[in-house]
Design a protein around this ligand. Structure first.
Ligand code: NAP
Length: 291
């Protein structure tokens, strides 16, 4: 049995909270910015419901065994304010976000030995507060070790694919290769079909090649074939499939520009590796978002 507080019950967070709540041994609550009464997740195999306690004030929360953070990366500092009341001496905090800087974002707020970075591959959208649609299977990767193993146990009753790895750096950089290429869709506001345009496919490959160069400098093992694999994957996807940066831009929400492309430019500069195509994407998306 575990007490769990999920911070950020959006597409990923509400979906995970609902799955966790299906295990009666867990006591699941959520820390929300926008309140709701219950969670409903439409999966490919049916609808699941959950009625966790929903907190909107930091003072309402008591220490739990596990805090799961599933906000967007740019809301990380605000999410960490919940730690003041949710974290006791034995609490562990799982960071379930995109990007490669899970620990860097949170180690200023919490004991790094009790932080668990999580790579998640779970296609989900939020329809309204508390309502999400899960479009496919869930794959999660955590670092090998006690924290990763205990995190995996929380999902033992689900059909989630949960892997532990000795090379988490490669896992998150491989995911970043995919996410960084999605910037082109967000600039054009078009779905996966744009990958069939040869010029666009060339830009996607350039973005990913820069990501590979910086990822390797950071210690990731990434094959030269990754750019072609990503373009091929986009071409196999439904033509209208859109990534979350496109969804965020359409909805007028901030995009995770820095976590998905800016980071390649920033960390590239640290290693003396230029990333001009990612810098171009950052400039265009920031201008689209801010002006
Ligand atoms: N969606 C996917 O398919 C997917 C797949 C893989 C990885 N990811 C990654 O997973 C992370 C979460 O993405 P998402 O799509 O689930 O985002 P999302 O739908 O935008 O959900 C984020 C949630 O966090 C809430 N929030 C923001 N600040 C908060 C705070 N201070 N306290 C409590 N709640 C707060 C938001 O509240 P409001 O309701 O008020 O906005 C929202 O409900 C991102 O890093 C994303 O890149 C997403």
């Amino acid at each position: 049995m575990a007490t769990i507080l999920l911070i950020g019950p959006g597409a990923i967070g509400a979906t995970l909270a609902a799955w966790l709540a299906q295990d009666d041994r867990h006591q699941v609550s959520v820390a929300a910015r926008t309140p709701f009464d219950s969670i409903e997740v439409c999966t490919t195999e049916g609808v699941i419901h959950a009625k966790p306690r929903v907190f909107t004030q930091v003072a309402q929360v008591k220490p739990v065994d596990w805090v799961l953070v599933a906000t967007k990366t740019y809301d990380s500092d605000a999410a960490a304010k919940w730690f003041d009341t949710a974290c006791g001496p034995f609490t562990r905090v799982a960071i379930i976000q995109n990007g490669v800087e899970h620990l860097a974002r949170f180690e200023k707020h919490f004991d790094p030995t009790r932080l668990v970075p999580v790579m998640i591959d779970l296609p989900a959208d939020r329809l309204s507060p508390g309502k999400t649609i899960q479009r496919g299977a869930a794959h999660l990767v955590v670092p090998a070790g006690n924290n990763g193993a205990d995190f995996a146990k929380l999902f033992a009753h689900t059909n989630f694919d949960l892997k532990q790895t000795d090379d988490f750096t490669t896992a998150v950089w491989r995911k970043l290769c995919l996410n960084s290429a999605g910037a082109v869709s967000a600039v054009l506001l078009k779905g996966a079909r744009i990958s069939h345009h040869e010029g666009v496919a060339g830009i996607m490959r350039s973005i990913v090649r820069e990501c590979i160069a910086v990822g390797r400098a950071e210690g990731a093992t990434l094959a030269d074939t990754v750019p072609d694999e990503i373009v091929a994957g986009a071409r196999r996807a439904p033509p209208d499939a859109e990534n979350s940066m496109v969804a965020d831009r359409r909805a007028g929400r901030p995009m995770e520009i820095d976590a998905r492309n800016g980071v390649i430019v920033r960390l590239g500069a640290k290693h003396g590796i230029a990333a001009p195509v990612n810098a171009l994407m950052v400039a265009l998306l920031e201008a689209a978002q801010d002006t």
